[in-house]
Design a protein around this ligand. Structure first.
Ligand code: FE2
Length: 253
């Protein structure tokens, strides 16, 4: 069995860019790693962008970014209350908001997710505040208490997060020295290295790339608001999923 996966992130209300990506791809599954909004908390833009992705008529799994409404962070919103018509829309089953339980997307292959982001640093100095995780420690807590329990099924996992693991080149901006990764996620990738197939994340616009962390590819497709996306092909052989190829598009330096 083979699967083609489209991964987008950081669309930031780039509707036209998202439509162009949708027209160019024919995935079996679609992932969005968060930051639909351009400012903060723009609920209608999330719905509108999910509707663009729905034109592909394939399952969509997504996590909210730090720019998206806190009500999408499911562990902060245990009553699952969304404002206005979002409650009905998000309950329609067209797309899956990750953040509480893992979902089996193919036999023996699960997807688990965690939205939001910790603060970003330049050295020891906080450069961008975290949302909803105001400190590194709170983000570590969310990884341990919210993401980790999702990995309790036998099988392999795709991890979809908005922020990436500390230590990966995909979380850094080498231009201005900003580090946006989180140690808790790094620890989780190590602890579950035999179960995790790949980690997709966004958040760091200047971190587009693939970084191999203890044998696990950590992939930041780059912001789709600037036309970036990722196509990945995976296959199952003898009940074990493996990566056939990862393409970061558009293919330019
Ligand atoms: Fe972000």
């Amino acid at each position: 069995m083979e699967l083609n996966i489209l991964v987008v992130t950081d669309s930031h209300e780039g509707y036209e860019e998202l439509k162009i990506i949708v027209e160019k791809t024919e995935p079996d599954i679609i992932l969005h790693a968060g930051d639909f909004s351009r400012g903060y908390d723009d609920l209608p833009s999330v719905k509108r962008q999910l509707e663009i992705l729905e034109h592909l008529r394939k399952p969509i799994y997504w996590v909210p970014g730090n720019h998206d409404h806190n009500s999408f962070i499911l562990h902060m919103n245990p009553l699952r209350k969304f404002s206005g018509d979002y409650c009905e829309y998000l309950s329609s089953g067209k797309s899956v908001l990750l953040g509480d339980i893992a979902h089996e997307i193919a036999p023996g292959l699960f997807i688990a997710g965690l939205g939001g982001a910790p603060p970003s640093f330049v050295g020891d100095k906080e450069r961008y505040y975290g949302k909803p995780y105001q400190t590194k420690t709170i983000c570590d807590w969310a990884v341990r208490q919210v993401l980790r329990p999702q990995l309790n099924m036998p099988g392999q996992y795709i991890i979809l997060t908005h922020f990436g693991p500390l230590g990966s080149d995909t979380t850094k901006s080498f231009k201005d020295g900003v580090e946006s990764g989180n140690q808790g996620l790094t620890d989780l990738l190590y602890e579950f290295r035999d179960k995790i197939l790949i980690n997709f994340h966004g958040h760091q616009h200047r971190g587009k790339g693939i970084f191999i962390w203890n044998g696990i590819p950590v992939v930041n497709p780059g912001p789709s608001v600037f036309g970036n996306y990722c196509e990945i092909n995976i296959r199952s052989i003898d009940n074990r999923w493996e990566i056939v190829g990862i393409k970061l598009l558009p293919n330019k330096s």
